[in-house]
Design a protein around this ligand. Structure first.
Ligand SMILES: NC(=O)c1ccc[n+]([C@@H]2O[C@H](COP(=O)([O-])OP(=O)(O)OC[C@H]3O[C@@H](n4cnc5c(N)ncnc54)[C@H](OP(=O)(O)O)[C@@H]3O)[C@@H](O)[C@H]2O)c1
Length: 285
């Protein structure tokens, strides 16, 4: 299989390259291809002729998205439309990533693909628009909603990841206050990449929720990070109201994996993913 990976230097992009290394890969960094530039998208994909295009590119600093809705929509909505149009022309499967943030968090049980989205911020609206663009443009697609990503490469768009931020703060010995009333499923990008590798070998196109198993608050996630690394940290749980923000975020964004499981693809628990992250991190250092 010839696979183009867009956003190839991002945290998910790097783990996809590692996981899919037995295939013929066309890694495309931002400097090689800007998804919001339709002419460039056509030119690069027409010349590469991949069987599969995996789009990890996103503008996902949520505070910046509020200030710059034009860029958010160009990258997160028009970008996937450009890719879907190009994929339909060259008959390539398109894999596109979306987010748990399409939901408002009002539910008390994991969201399924049939639950109605209700995004709370500009980033989430632009990602939902991106899903719609792909859905409407090209049928051979996988739209994957995921949650709480962290990978050894660190998020390019956000500058690091939550795990590294916690380790740095613990190293500095500063008080660490983390919200205990936002519940998610932290997902190691290595585990997500492994699921993508299985999904693209099927023809079961459509929308999927793909995260690790289980759930926790950000505070519980931080506690597990320090426990696994045997670190003493001045960690205390706080409420979201103690971090005033202009951006609303869902209080609960756990996604059901039942549809994915029906294909015979299962995800490991988030705690296991975190152990694998630390093992990979140790190998890289
Ligand atoms: N991170 C999370 O917690 C999370 C949660 C749910 C869903 N997601 C989704 O998962 C996907 C992957 O996220 P990630 O954490 O791996 O992000 P990431 O580390 O920030 O990687 C994104 C990559 O896309 C590139 N990029 C940005 N704008 C681009 C453009 N206009 N054209 C082409 N490439 C562009 C970036 O390159 P430069 O850095 O050089 O600009 C970067 O290499 C995204 O779709 C995101 O919305 C992420």
């Amino acid at each position: 299989m010839k696979i183009a990976i867009i956003g190839a230097n991002g945290q998910l992009g790097v783990d996809l390259r590692r996981t899919l290394s037995a295939e013929t890969l066309v890694p495309l960094a931002h400097c090689d291809l800007d998804v919001s530039n339709s002419e460039q998208v056509d030119q690069v994909l027409d010349s590469a002729r991949p069987d599969v295009v995996i789009n990890t590119a996103a503008f996902h600093k949520v505070e910046e998205c509020e200030k710059q809705p034009g860029i958010s929509f160009a990258v997160n909505a028009t970008g996937p439309r450009n890719l879907a149009l190009a994929c339909s022309r060259i008959n390539a499967v398109l894999v596109h990533f979306s987010t748990d943030y399409v939901f408002d968090g009002g539910q008390q049980q994991p969201y399924t693909e049939l639950d109605l989205p209700h995004p709370l911020n500009v980033y989430a609206v632009s990602k939902l628009a991106g899903e719609g663009m792909v859905y409407l443009t090209w049928s051979r697609h996988f739209i994957i909603r995921t949650c709480g990503l962290y990978g050894v490469a660190g998020s390019r768009g956000k500058g690091g990841n939550f795990v590294e931020t916690m380790l740095k703060k613990a190293g500095e010995g500063v008080p660490i206050r983390v919200v205990n009333d936002q519940v998610l499923t932290p997902t190691f990008t290595g585990d997500l990449a492994a699921a993508v590798s299985q999904l693209i070998r099927t023809e079961a196109y459509g929308l999927y929720h793909v995260t690790a198993q289980g759930q926790c608050s950000w505070y519980e996630f931080a506690r597990k990070i320090f426990e696994l690394e045997n670190l003493k940290a001045d960690l205390k749980p706080v409420s979201t109201t103690e971090f005033p923000s202009t951006v609303q975020r869902p209080a609960y964004s756990v996604l059901s994996k039942q549809k994915l499981n029906k294909l015979g693809i299962t995800m490991p628990r988030w705690e296991d993913g975190l152990s694998r992250y630390f093992a990979q991190r140790a190998r890289n250092h």
